[in-house]
Design a protein around this ligand. Structure first.
Ligand code: NAP
Length: 729
């Protein structure tokens, strides 16, 4: 196994790797550090799942499973780039492409009937969605802006929308009947096996059994009342209309892939309530499923003039919808995964509380976030900016995050234990010794879910928070609401650990709303704070604060301190930027910024030095940090426009600054001597290299595939400078 694993992924970051990885490998080798790859791309994961359909030469190892094992060892040092979390259309497209490349894969069975089809479907379903991160995240999360990135943002503040004190933008959440208010939680005294049983007038149905929990696990159960949700949504549609704002729904259907598409479906039904009332049967016959969104619904009823006419009339009577793409008429309710709360709410807040309306203009919005668990974070942020005006990125301090994430902690691991209830009754979670851990009276259509967080990850998370607070010396707040069932169980873990370690006075514990205000006040003063949160707030806050402070979350350091001693370095919080690939294919310009990779590389090398005592790796890592700083200071990040420097140029500059920093350092004379001529060659050939890179831009290019590109074609496109290639070797 290589010393460092650099993941092979998809789309823009993978294209960037074709240019950047050869540089990393060459430089790292001088410290005796090997950098290998493991394929976690969508295409790679598909191929690894169907060996029986492939020839011996076509078969691919299951690298994700291998990485899953590696991250449980002390040797792990993985740089994880963003990969595709495939929706069904993406999965189907990838299968089609692979078939066209000669891989005899089975089609994705839309409606599997036979056992064989069901097996194929189960394999594909295992590849879908956020399948990768939970396997790798065997540790808790430490996310923050690297010093170089934060000071660059302060020196070059981005534009922020103005907040008017009388802005009508606000957050609406349910005041009862939601997951927040129905939650019950308990910490298990001993190892237990649980079952979830629904009892109705007709008898008992086991929803799930043999759920194994270890002692100390915090197990929650809760439900969202469908009736309360419908009443809330209906009411909010009316209120939005009266307010003259945009109706906007914000959820996370990609991550909460069982519950949130159902909630989204309720919103579609509420918005088109008169149409569903009148044409419900006909629409069902046409295959309409509100959970699939307005886009799918319109496609299915398109040929039925009567339904279309009533939809039009209904939409005209409704408040305007917040738009995903007003040019193309794609609304908030078209596809459940288009509006993702952790990205959509910060973008709206950064814009001064404005969203795009159907008329293509910006408007105030009613931000509907049905469940009230975390809605107060956005509500309080909006109130704060209305009172105090927008944040000033030039002077603002930073909010770092320490997030409980390991072993699928909390709601984000709840898909297998989330159910839409078929019939009114009682849902009980019963332990093997007969204890009824949780019991809820439910109605048909309610969404019941149970989530858990294990003891070892929780303790590790508190200890990580203690380490981080010690390293930073700043204010540190546990975002826990003592009045919420689940959070109260966590507080019972947190307080004794802080006390035993004698650091209780260094930490505060506050409910999310109060913690939001306290954090905003702190950074407004220019000070820093650490938000120590559960898994969902980890996700939300590491977009919210970076987007306000740095304009993007893609440039964050994202470190997973693995519980068994290894390190996982995620590059940025952004995704795989499909739009960037479109641009490259069209005009051979890649605007992907590898800053996330630069930051992760520096951390990975220094971690290697700490763990393995490889001092040369430390020198390399420190030089990476110097190079990253130089990229920012000298404005060498990629431009968005064809004909201007792109991702490849930024890698040239990175290699050059890295070599220059290594040549200039005095900690290791051998490395300095080795890199001096390389630095000289890179600077001496600047004009030649840059013109070789610039010359290729403009025409379209062929990569031999999208999900599985041709390696030689990709290398030719991404490494077009012979002079640079010769120096790198
Ligand atoms: P995205 O890839 O983050 O792209 C949204 C936009 O963010 C891009 O179009 C780009 O803006 C900007 N961006 C993100 N990273 C950037 C970078 N390094 N340099 C420059 N600009 C950057 O979001 P998405 O389109 O919603 O998601 C694409 C895929 O990524 C999906 O399959 C999603 O599931 C997956 N994803 C993976 C991870 C992960 O593995 N950790 C995280 C999030 C999403 P401009 O177009 O304006 O340049």
């Amino acid at each position: 196994m290589s010393d460092i694993i650099y993941t092979k992924v998809d789309e823009a970051p993978e294209l960037a790797s074709a240019s950047f990885l050869p540089i990393i490998q060459k430089f790292a080798a001088t410290a005796g550090v090997s950098v290998g790859t493991k394929d976690i791309s969508l295409a790679g994961r598909i191929l690894a799942s169907f060996p029986e359909h492939l020839s011996a030469a076509q078969r691919q190892s299951d690298d994700l499973a291998e990485l899953g094992r590696l991250v449980k060892t002390a040797d792990a040092n993985v740089i994880k780039l963003p990969n595709i979390s495939a929706s069904v259309p993406q999965l189907v497209a990838a299968v089609k492409e692979l078939q066209s490349q000669g891989f005899a894969l089975p089609d994705y069975p839309e409606a599997p009937q036979t056992d064989a089809d069901k097996l194929v479907r189960a394999k594909y379903d295992g590849i879908k969605g956020s399948a990768v991160n939970p396997v790798l995240r065997e540790g808790n999360s430490d996310r923050r802006a690297a010093k170089a990135v934060k000071s660059f943002a302060q020196n070059n503040p981005h534009r922020m929308g103005d907040w008017a004190a009388d802005s009508k933008t606000h957050v609406s959440a349910m005041s009862g009947g939601d997951f927040f208010s129905n939650e019950t939680s308990a910490t298990l005294a001993k190892d237990s096996t649980a079952k979830i049983v629904l009892t109705t007038g007709a008898g008992e149905t086991i929803l799930k059994e043999d759920i194994a929990y270890t002692a100390g696990t915090v197990v929650d159960a809760t439900f969202m009342s469908a009736a309360a949700l419908q009443a809330f949504l209906t009411d909010e549609i009316e209120k939005t209309k009266a307010d003259g704002t945009l109706f906007s729904l914000h959820m996370k259907a990609t991550m909460m892939k069982v519950s949130d598409p159902i909630i989204f479906g309720h919103a579609v039904k509420a918005f088109l309530a008169p149409v569903f009332e009148k044409h419900g049967d006909a629409m069902r016959d046409l295959g309409v499923n509100p959970n699939s969104g307005l886009g799918d619904l319109l496609a299915r009823v398109n040929d039925n003039a009567a339904i279309m006419k009533d939809i039009e009339a209904c939409m005209a009577s409704r408040p305007p919808l917040y738009m995903v793409d007003s040019d193309k008429g794609i609304t908030n309710l078209h596809v459940s995964s288009d509006v993702i709360i952790d990205a959509s709410m910060p973008a709206l807040i950064r814009a001064g509380g404005k969203g795009w309306g159907p008329d293509g203009r910006e408007s105030d919005a009613n931000c509907v976030i049905p469940d009230n668990s975390y809605a107060p974070v956005y509500d309080e942020t909006i109130k704060f900016f209305k009172e105090n005006g927008k944040l000033n990125p030039a002077t603002a301090g930073t909010v770092q995050n320490v997030g409980l994430m390991a072993q699928k902690a909390e709601e984000y691991g709840s898909h297998p234990t989330t159910f839409e209830i078929a019939e009114a009754g009682t849902v009980k979670m019963i332990l093997d010794d007969g204890t009824v851990l949780h019991s809820h009276t439910v109605e048909a259509g309610d969404i019941w879910r149970s989530a858990s967080a294990r003891k070892a990850p929780i303790e590790d998370w508190v200890n990580l928070a203690i380490d981080r607070q010690k390293a930073e010396g700043c204010r540190a707040i546990f975002w826990l609401d003592a009045a919420r069932a689940h959070d109260a169980e966590l507080v019972a873990y947190v307080k004794p650990i802080l006390e035993a370690k004698g650091v209780a006075d260094k930490f505060e514990i506050m409910a999310p709303r109060e913690a939001t205000r306290a954090s905003l006040e702190t950074i407004t003063k220019g000070d820093n704070t650490i938000a120590i949160t559960g898994n969902v707030l980890r996700d939300y806050l590491t977009d919210l604060f970076p987007i306000l402070e740095l304009a993007t979350s893609a440039k964050m350091l994202s470190i997973v301190k693995l519980m068994n001693g290894g390190g996982l370095f995620e590059t940025g919080a952004g995704g795989s930027a499909p739009k960037h690939v479109q641009q490259l294919l069209k005009e051979n310009h890649l605007r992907w910024d590898s800053l996330g990779e630069f930051c992760a590389l520096g951390e990975s090398l220094i971690f290697l030095a700490d763990i393995k005592g490889n001092e040369k790796a430390r020198v390399l890592g420190q030089a990476v940090d110097a190079a990253t700083q130089a990229i920012l200071d000298n404005g060498r990040s990629p431009s968005r426009k064809v004909g201007e420097p792109d991702n490849r140029d930024s890698h040239y500059w990175f290699a050059r600054y890295w070599a220059e920093a290594l040549a200039a350092q005095t900690d290791n004379a051998k490395l300095a001597a080795h890199f001096a001529p390389i630095a000289e060659a890179l600077s001496g050939n600047e004009d030649k290299i840059l013109s070789e890179l610039a010359d290729v831009q403009g025409p379209n290019v062929d990569l031999g595939g999208y999900y599985r590109t041709d390696a030689a074609k990709t290398a030719a496109v991404m490494r077009p400078s012979e002079t640079l290639n010769a120096i790198i070797g």
